[in-house]
Write a protein that binds this ligand. Sequence first.
Ligand code: 13P
Length: 336
Amino acid sequence: MTKLNQIALKILENGKGILAADESTGTMTKRFDSVKVKSTPENRILFRETLFSSDGMKKYIGGVILYDETIKQKSNTGKSIPDMLLEIGSCPGIKVDTGAKQLAGSLNEKITEGLDNLRDRLKEYSKLGAKFTKWRGVYNINKDCPSKLSISSNAHALARYAALVQESDMVPIVEPEVLMEGNHSADECFNKTSEVIKKCFDELILHKVDLTGVILKPNMILAGINSKNQISNDETARLTVKCLKESVPSEVPGIAFLSGGQSEIQATENLNLINKFNNTKFIMSYSYGRALQQSALKYWSKDTKDAEGTQKIFDHRAKMCSLAAQGKWSKNLENI
Ligand code: 13P
């Protein structure tokens, strides 16, 4: 077993998953605005540290994706955030892309940037304690999208990123996110997601990325949010497992889904069904942002000093996701 494979398994094994706390300052400001909290560096670390010091972190969160600001901040005990996470047995990770920008040659598609100086930035993050990284490509579905250009340029960027990350002895999370926005059918989502993921792995192989040291972070297969033909959670789970079985090389140790705008319960229920139907060798777990933090943020915003109350809500959510990652969740557990 390689060192990278060990890190990937440590993050995802035993019903653990990932907390995606890597919202950029802009995104975090939007989240704080929605609950009327001022987005200052102090408030951002206060909320995040409240979650990081909870019981649920130790039990259910194998890795946390941090943002550049957070990985350099200190906890209130004076420890660095990566040290604080390492001490409780959770791996610190870092988002290293610099965002999705307009793709030249396409009217309305995006290409994720951040390859310039990446090798040097990775060295710095590794010194700060990071064990894994994240890079997200985004794809829209509509009549002409995602185009071959967007599929191929984002796959190329993801592969160059992943190769550099492994060179720095960290595990790359490869995140090609086909967005839920739009009125496309679940079948279209299935076809486009399959095409996107296959192209990503073609490029990863071309760039000699060790697939045993990669975590894939995909979307689930859903109809667009504006589609009149929504599918059941059962169908989502079956189609998602089928898509991944057909598109992901068997060497990949683990898959950690994004929640992508699904409600907390929907993201939990779908993950649970996916694990019930999982007939692959892949670990199928979570790398949720909103579906782990939404309720906790809402509660915290009412009294930012109530760490205990906030942690109780986060612990419950993390426990539900962990049960779902093992196919052991049921709706009645939500009411306890
Ligand atoms: P959501 O679970 O809120 O989609 O966030 C996960 C993530 O990291 C998106 O890049």
